[in-house]
Write a protein that binds this ligand. Structure first.
Ligand SMILES: Cc1cc2nc3c(=O)[nH]c(=O)nc-3n(C[C@H](O)[C@H](O)[C@H](O)COP(=O)(O)OP(=O)(O)OC[C@H]3O[C@@H](n4cnc5c(N)ncnc54)[C@H](O)[C@@H]3O)c2cc1C
Length: 321
């Protein structure tokens, strides 16, 4: 079984979601990695330390700040040469853009947003949430054709890098036709906190915060524990938070270690974005709020009392460390 991991990178660093792909329980499969872009050679060593037996570099100025279009064309030329059984990508904006393009171009089977991928006796299965997370579909691949799979970030724990491991490195040449789209500019987010999709802890506020100013108590709590700030759609629609913070069916899907929902009712569309969180804490005045049905820990109380108290406790704890 040969697996190709598409390595995502930014500012010369591998993305955390890419590292996690090496932690999937895929047995003795031979792991390859491909990294495309300009000046990507320094990424070969860390990929080797994560467990790639061979790293394929597609190094081209055309791929600097590449769009899904150019990346798919480059990988579409390379993948048939390697002929892997599985292509793995993270279910990030890049992976979501790339995977369907590759599946079409390579006539491959496709399973996206998987929260489990396993491989036994060369038989691959994947699990993916469906119906806004109300059910889980088990995907079986019924023939030997190429499988393209995207994996939800935080599904697997990345392995610790092993400095004694090195990968064989190959340079791949591709010919890219004139592109129909071009990346003009990257506008950096003004968010100093981690993004909700990347953070290990997410503190989310709902409509009950009542104003954007009141979100400062959510921010203070998040900062005291190194968390990202999330928002329900109702709070976004009310103008309390920017859309980038929205968690849910029409926002972002998150899977942190800890998700703390403050004054969020737990509507199905919200749960769709956070139900795969490892530990869920809910703070709500209403003991019958639906969020408590999913929560591992619940605090029935007023968030304007509870959240500052938790912030103080975290600060005291930090001071004692
Ligand atoms: C097509 C569609 C897509 C949608 N997509 C999303 C999505 O992506 N994400 C999303 O979040 N929603 C989404 N929604 C909206 C969703 O249905 C809910 O309306 C929304 O999640 C409610 O947000 P909320 O929990 O902040 O507000 P409410 O439902 O108004 O809940 C507020 C909660 O706060 C509690 N509360 C009030 N005061 C306090 C206090 N002082 N302390 C503690 N608790 C308090 C209340 O008991 C209540 O449970 C979508 C809806 C549709 C139709």
């Amino acid at each position: 079984m040969k697996i190709l991991i598409i390595a995502e990178h930014n500012n010369g660093q591998l993305s955390e979601a890419t590292r996690e792909l090496f932690g999937l329980p895929l047995g003795q499969a031979e792991r390859h990695a491909v990294v495309a872009g300009e000046g990507v050679e320094p990424l070969a060593a860390p990929l080797g330390q994560l467990g790639a037996a061979k790293v394929h570099l597609i190094d081209s100025p055309t791929l600097a700040g590449s769009t899904g279009e150019s990346l798919a064309q480059a990988l579409g030329q390379f993948i048939p040469q390697l002929a892997p059984d599985i292509v793995l990508a993270a279910h990030t904006p890049q992976g979501k853009d790339l995977a369907p393009r590759l599946a079409i171009a390579l006539d491959a089977a496709l399973a996206t947003d998987c929260v489990q991928v396993s491989c036994a006796d060369d038989h691959v299965t994947a699990r993916r949430p469906v119906y806004a997370g109300k059910a889980t579909a088990e995907v079986e691949f019924t023939d030997d054709s190429l499988k393209v799979i995207t994996v939800r970030p935080r599904t697997a724990k990345p392995p610790g890098p092993d400095a004694t491991r090195t990968a064989e490195v190959a340079t791949i040449a591709v010919e890219l036709p004139e592109q129909k789209t071009a990346l003009k500019e990257i506008i950096a987010s003004d968010n100093a906190r981690p993004d909700v999709t990347e953070a290990a802890i997410v503190v989310t506020g709902g409509r009950s915060l009542g104003s954007s100013e009141n979100f400062s108590i959510i921010e203070a709590f998040a900062d005291s524990i190194g968390a990202a700030v999330g928002s329900s759609r109702a709070a976004v629609d009310a103008g309390y938070r920017p859309y980038r913070d929205q968690v849910g069916q029409t926002g972002k899907v998150v899977s942190p270690q800890v998700y703390i929902a403050c004054g969020v009712s737990g509507a199905i569309q919200h749960l769709a974005g956070m139900r795969t969180s490892k530990h869920i804490v809910a703070i709500n005045t209403d003991p019958d709020a639906p969020i408590f049905q999913l929560a591992d820990y619940g605090i029935v109380g007023d968030l304007f009392d509870v959240v500052p108290a938790l912030t103080d406790a975290a600060k005291n704890q930090n001071g004692n460390d």
